[in-house]
Every structure is written in structure tokens, then in C-alpha cells.
Design a protein around this ligand. Structure first.
Ligand SMILES: [Zn+2]
Length: 428
């Protein structure tokens, strides 16, 4: 495989590529600047054995906005279908699917030259479902195997994270998966999940500033288009208003931090096909991967000092429990410690409403963290919900990842913890 500039394409495929970009801009005029920002890289596989060739039929992108063109895929695909894929891939980039991927950091060795893992394929499907309900609704041309919510038997207009949960992104997820045979999927590239592909050029491309400028331009054009013609898909309208009025709900930030935390401590690629899953017999012939590593053990430390807002605390606790449950971290793996100036004994509870909020005095979250670190089995992840008006220890407890949900912006969070701003005013 050799990466080449666009000029390496013949005159005819180059015309086709240009025509596809025009088709895409005609289809989704508000995305014109994003489509123009795509930087084409030609992936020449003519010297490689046919059996080992990479499947680039989805015209994959990377997070630096390179789009990878396989001359054979260009030759074999209609202008309108290439156009569909360009709008689709730009959508992955605009919606930050690479950053939102719940799989945690990839192993340095895990991505190059191997097929996508089952989990990566499920995320690809989930992210595609988020994009394709809008895209298919407005498009005259749709690839045969486009993943839509309808094809997955799920409702439209959900987020990729919702689809991921519904598809049983983690084996212990409570919902039975509608997951189609894993092998049927295409690969949308590192622009979808942030995991480097063997064809990724690694060259600098569009940076964060460029991305932000394009994002705002597209959002403004969507607003304008909506005012003038009114026919912008609902998902894109929501997206644009979030960009133009950036009120990101704390629920979403907290949920994504918890997901990341669980994924990171659970290990990177925890699924393996080596041992058949116990559920294989009930999943209609689809071989499900089995979980190699145990689920992480999670503890929560709740600040119950007098200054805390109990209602917000209960709401945040319910959010965290919801996310953990969707990831398969149920009652057995979660312990809750109430803490004011001292830490109370850990509680195991079924629902957020069952937690007895003990305390009400002064504040020392250090006591709660020590108590959590002393639990047996020892937790891998500790989530602290606090207003931050507390002393903190100088370092994180060894081998424990700490997420702090901060309920008062004037409170403090130590540098070794991941902080999420939780404020009632920011609720969605
Ligand atoms: Zn895709």
C-alpha cells in the first residue's frame, strides 16, 4: 500500500471525485465548507496481493479530515453514492464520534493491520445509526447496507451512545442485542472511533481551530437554511443549536466521563472470540465475543456535608448509576460511601433512591477516598460527587482512577482527578 496525492488518480476518477463532492454539496448545501475541507489521500494497493487488500468502500476519514480514496472503490461506486459517503463521513467528523467513542485509548499495537474488533464494529454501527436516520430521510441514494436505526430495530433520533447501549456495546449490557452479524459492517475509519488505521497518513491536517471554524460555519448555514427553506433534518437542527448556543448538559459530560473511566480501567480490547460466549446459544447463530476481563469495581463517594444541595446530589447519583448500569456495572460492582468530615460505611444499593444520605457536618473528601481505597475488593474507579469545598489528598489513591462531579464552580478539584462541572443551571 502506498499513499499518494490526488494527482495519482487518473483523469476520469478525479472528475468523478470532484463530481461526487459537488453532488454532496448539492444534497447538503449547509455542509459545503466541511466537504471542501476534506483532504483526499489516494491509497494505492495495486502492488498488494488481492487477498490482503483493505476495504475502503466507505471512503473512510481520519480525525485530521483526510479522506482515503481507493482508486478501485472510486471506479466501482456511482457519483451519487460517493457523494452519500462524503456527507456521511463529514457527519462523523462534525459530530466528534472519534472523541465520543467509549472504547478508551487503543493499545499502541492494536489497530494497525488488523480487522476491527467486535466492539469497534458496534461503535461504528451506533455512530452510523446516529447519522443515517437524517441522511437517509433527505437522500435519494442510499448504499445497500447503510446502518439505520430502522435496520437495527431501534427508534430514530437517538445518540450514538444510546445505540451503543441498545446494541449491547458491552456484553453485560442489560438490553438483548439486536446486533447484526459483526462481519457485515464496513469501516468508517479513525474519524469514527479515533483508533489509527493502517492507511492513516499521520500527516497534519485540519487542526482543532479549523474544525471549530468549520463547525460554526456549518451550524450557521443550517440555521439560515432552516429559516429560509425549513427542510433541515431534525438531528442537524439540534446539532446546530448546540453549537451556536453551547449549553452542554452536565448529564452528558458526566455520562461520557464515566463511560470513558469504565472503559479505560476495564482494559482496552476486552472482547475475544477465543472462548465462546455463554450467550451464543441464544443469539441466533451470531458468535458473540466473550468478556475476557472482569468488569471494573466502582465506588462512589458522596459529599453529604451541610453545604450540599441534596436534590442535585440525588439527581447526579441517579445519572451515574444509570450509566454504570447500562455498562453492566450493577449492584455487585458498585459501593457508595457517604462522607462529610468523616466517611460512613459503604452501602450497596439497587437504586439511587435507596441511598441513605448520612452526614451533614464539615467536609473532607480525603476521608471518603481513603475509605474507598480500603474497600475489599479494591475499586478501580472512584466517582466523587462534591461541591469541592474540601481538602484533597496530594495524590490519587494508588491504581485508582478518580472522577469528580463538581457541583459548585468555586469549589476545587485536584489536578490528578478528571473533573466534570455539574450545575443545575446547565441542565438540558
Ligand atoms: Zn460511518
Amino acid at each position: 500500500m502506498i499513499l499518494r496525492p490526488l494527482e495519482a488518480l487518473g483523469a476520469e476518477p478525479r472528475r468523478k471525485w470532484a463530481a461526487a463532492r459537488v453532488w454532496a454539496a448539492h444534497q447538503s448545501p449547509y455542509m459545503a465548507s466541511a466537504l471542501l475541507a476534506l483532504d483526499p489521500v489516494v491509497v494505492d494497493q495495486s502492488g498488494d496481493p488481492v487477498a490482503g487488500r483493505l476495504d475502503l468502500r466507505a471512503f473512510p476519514v481520519d480525525p485530521a479530515w483526510h479522506v482515503y480514496l481507493d482508486p478501485e472503490a472510486v471506479a466501482a461506486t456511482d457519483v451519487a453514492l460517493i457523494g452519500f459517503w462524503l456527507v456521511h463521513q463529514v457527519s462523523h467528523l462534525l459530530r466528534h464520534h472519534a472523541d465520543r467513542c467509549p472504547l478508551g485509548a487503543p493499545d499502541a499495537t492494536s489497530t494497525a493491520g488488523r480487522a476491527p474488533s467486535a466492539e469497534e464494529q458496534v461503535w461504528n454501527m451506533a455512530a452510523d445509526a446516529e447519522i443515517n436516520d437524517d441522511l437517509v430521510a433527505g437522500s435519494a441514494v442510499v448504499p445497500e447496507h447503510a446502518v439505520t436505526p430502522a435496520a437495527l430495530g431501534l427508534a430514530d433520533s437517538l445518540t450514538a451512545e444510546d445505540y451503543w447501549d441498545a446494541l449491547g456495546g458491552r456484553e453485560n449490557a442489560p438490553t438483548p442485542p439486536h446486533r447484526p452479524a459483526a462481519a457485515s459492517g464496513h469501516d468508517c475509519g479513525s474519524g469514527c472511533d479515533g483508533r489509527r488505521r493502517s492507511w492513516d497518513s499521520g500527516k497534519p491536517g485540519l487542526g482543532t481551530l479549523g474544525h471549530t471554524l468549520i463547525e460554526r460555519d456549518v451550524a450557521r448555514r443550517i440555521e439560515e437554511h432552516r429559516r429560509r427553506y425549513g427542510n433541515v433534518p431534525a438531528g442537524w437542527q439540534r446539532w446546530a443549536s448546540e453549537i451556536l448556543e453551547p449549553v452542554i448538559s452536565w448529564q452528558r459530560l458526566l455520562a461520557s466521563a464515566v463511560r470513558r473511566g469504565v472503559a479505560d480501567v476495564a482494559g482496552r480490547v476486552d472482547f475475544t472470540y477465543r472462548k465462546p460466549s455463554r450467550r451464543s446459544s441464544v443469539s441466533g447463530g451470531v458468535i458473540l465475543p466473550s468478556l475476557r476481563q472482569p468488569l471494573p469495581k466502582v465506588a462512589m463517594v458522596l459529599d453529604t456535608s451541610g453545604s450540599m444541595d441534596d436534590h442535585l446530589l440525588e439527581q447526579s447519583l441517579a445519572e451515574v448509576q444509570g450509566v454504570l448500569k447500562s455498562m453492566g456495572v450493577g449492584r455487585r460492582h458498585l459501593r457508595i460511601i457517604c462522607c462529610d468530615a468523616k466517611a460512613f460505611d459503604a452501602q450497596k444499593v439497587m437504586a439511587a433512591s435507596d441511598v441513605t444520605l448520612l452526614g451533614g457536618g464539615g467536609t473532607d473528601m480525603g476521608a471518603g477516598l481513603s475509605k474507598a481505597a480500603a474497600l475489599r475488593p479494591r475499586p478501580d474507579l472512584v466517582i466523587v460527587l462534591t461541591d469541592g469545598h474540601t481538602p484533597w489528598p496530594g495524590a490519587a489513591p494508588p491504581r485508582i482512577r478518580v472522577i469528580v462531579g463538581l457541583m459548585d464552580p468555586s469549589g476545587s478539584v485536584p489536578a490528578w482527578a478528571r473533573a466534570i462541572d455539574i450545575r443545575p443551571g446547565r441542565a438540558a
